[in-house]
Structures are given as C-alpha cells and as structure tokens.
Design a protein around this ligand. Sequence first.
Ligand code: HSE
Length: 449
Amino acid sequence: MNDINKNQAIKTDNENINIGIIGLGYIGSGVFKLIESQKLYIVNKTGKYIRIKRVADKDINERASKFEPSFRSEIIFSANPEDVINDPEIDIVVELIGGIEPAYNYVINSLKNGKYVVTANKDLIANKGESLFAAAAEHGVDILFEASVGGGIPIIGPMKSSLAANNISKIVGIVNGTTNYILTRMQKENLSFEEALKVAQDLGYAEKVNPAADIEGNDAACKLAILSSIAFNSRVVFNEVYREGIKKITLEDIKYANDLGYTIKLLAIGSDEGGSICARVHPALIPKDHILASISYANNAVYLYGNFVGEVMSYGQGAGDRPTASSVVGDIIQIARNLDRNNKKPVFGCTCFINKPVKQIDEMENKFYALMEVKDMPGVLAKIAAVFGNNNVSIESMIQKQTKESGSARIVFITHKVLNKNMFKSVKEILKLDVVNQVLNIIRVEDLQ
Ligand code: HSE
C-alpha cells in the first residue's frame, strides 16, 4: 500500500472520487489546502483519489487566486454553486458557507441529485436536520457533519460507529472555544468579563460587532442539539435547548467558586432522564479536580457516559481552519471508502429512531450556587432559609463573607438538587425581602458524578 505511484495509477472510476466545494472562505481554504497537500497520503492510505473537481464561491476570483497555480490547475472554479450541484460527475458536495439559507437550498438539492454531502454547518444540522436526513435516505445517500461540533475533535462519527452499541445517558461538552477562552483568562489572570471579551475579540475568537452567538450560548446550543440527537436517538432542535450565556459571571463568582472547590465553565449538557431529554447550555460550577475543569483557553472537549464503555472524552481544538478541515476531510474519506456508484447507500444514516419529549427548564432539576448581598443583622438567614424551605429548595451549605461596607455581607448558598422552577420562584421572593440588598448571581452546580 505504501506505493507513492498509486496516485498516477488510478485505474477505475471507483478509485477516483470527485468532490465539489461550495464556499472557499476560511474553512473552505483549509479543506482545499489539506486535500491538495495530503493527496498522495490519502491515496496510499485509502486507495481512493480525492479529486477536487469544482469549487464555487461568490468571490471566486479573489479567493482562488490565493492558491498556488499547481493546486489550481485541474479545478473548475465558478461563482455559482449550481455548477457544483448539477455536475453529474460530482460524488460529494462539501458545503462550507455556513448559516441556514442559502446553504439549506444547496444541500437539499445536492442530496436530491443523489450526491453525498459533507458539511461543517452547525446551524443547518441543528435546525434542519430532519428534512435533510429524510432527503438523504430517499435518495440513497448521506450527509456527514463531524466538523459541525468541536472542530477537529472526533465525536459524531465515534457515537455513530465505535460507541453505537451503548445507551448514552449523559453528554457534557465544552463546545464553545470563545467562552472557554474568556472564562480561562478571567480565572487565571483576574481579567473582568469585559476585558477578557476584548482580548478574545482582538485575537479573532469572538466577533467584534456581535459576539452574541458565542457569549449567549447559541453556538453551543446548536452543537448540543446535534450531539443530543445522536446520543439519545431522538431529534433535538436548536430551539429546544435551554440557553444562558456567560455575561453575568464575575470575578467574585469565580473566587467564591474556587473557595468552594469549583471552577466555572460554560457547559452544554444533554441527558436522558427516564425517557425525556434534558438539553441545556449554561455556566456551571464544576469540581476543580474533574477532567473537564482542565480544559482551558479555546480548547473543546466532549465527555459522555455509555452503559458499556463507561466514561469517554474527546478533546482538542474546537475551531480553526486546519482542525476543522481535518474533520471535513475525514468525512469525505469515510464516504469515499464506502462509495459504490452503482449501489448508493447511506454511510451511517439518520440515527434518530425514537421520539422522546424534551423537557422545559422549569421541570429540570439542578443544584445551585446563589450569591446574595444581605444586611448584616440578626434574623437574615432565617428569613432567606424560610423562603427556600417554603419552595422546597433544600440548602446543602452556606458561607458568609464580610464585605468592606459595614452593615452588609455576602452569602453564598449551595442548594441540593431542586426543581428549576422552585429555585426561580425562591429568588423572586428573596428579592422582595427587606434584608436582602441584591441577588448577585445564580449559577448551576454540576458535580459530574
Ligand atoms: N465560535 C465557535 C467557538 C467556533 O468559539 O468555539 C465555531 O463554531
């Protein structure tokens, strides 16, 4: 197999896989470079020659001119994605423009034309997965999307293959590099949220104009919808994922969490609780000695529990052109290895074969951290404890910290696992107590046991 001349000795059509790329931006260029520079390695390893036949992009002239002529010689460039979708010789369409429209239109038409699709588009899969998988099944092809979650780290393919025999009960991800970067800088260097966000923007992790997709948890929610659908075999869409971002996390929270043995991370958590799915993205206190606490800066990790395999974690770079290209081309190779033009079949197919309800946040149970500023006088604790007690919120522990201002104190409560709606109701009532100046933050606690 280690015969470098194999590249020149492509014998049959089945050893030559034609791909068409739609979108030659940051990720598209990474995919283009990877395929061109690893061409011989891929042939030697798989026996298949991945030939980029067409590339379409709205700014094709400017973008294609950045590549060396040797890379470009046999490729047909165009500004029109229809040229890719309608070329009967194209086996695999690689969609790398992102967003729902017009990507959905290009992808569904590619599937209807009997082409396999590889995409890195989390919005598309998290919102339109069901109809795309139905179209793929109807036309005997498949859509692979490893790069849509966790950039270069393998998790979707493994869940659909090596881990497929397991019932997965819970999946916990750090799947947004930007927020993990911000929280890490806050933690390690005492930067405020605003300062850390500015650094993330200057480094290009967070968008300058509107960083909301990352900061408010929407990016992570798309990724969790995708992971939960696969883990629990039941479709979860973006809108069904509860989301809270990291804007309200302060250095004070980080310090108190640390004193209590925790670190704060933005988690994407999916779980199957007696046949109902809980899917939520929010900041959480996690034990400092849990492996997820060590995932720092822009790295990603996905951690899951399978009933036979036990605990599994995939870790690495969750974004960037090279890691993302690695996953995209991995999917292309997976399809290429299976490709038989005369007998097309899905590679994995849709794995959502059950229809489980998705719980609303009110009905989910969590342990909470609650930080309050209260008047430092007799009877304060009793009043707060009474509100918690009346709402069925049981307190696990409490610490009091004096503040510089005389007459006030900070109190941190850690609750037992309680219904979210009971906690929300308690907080509303606590805010009305004359002994409470402010409820500074409420953050969930995940012991991850
Ligand atoms: N914006 C994402 C992140 C990468 O910060 O992880 C692309 O999904």
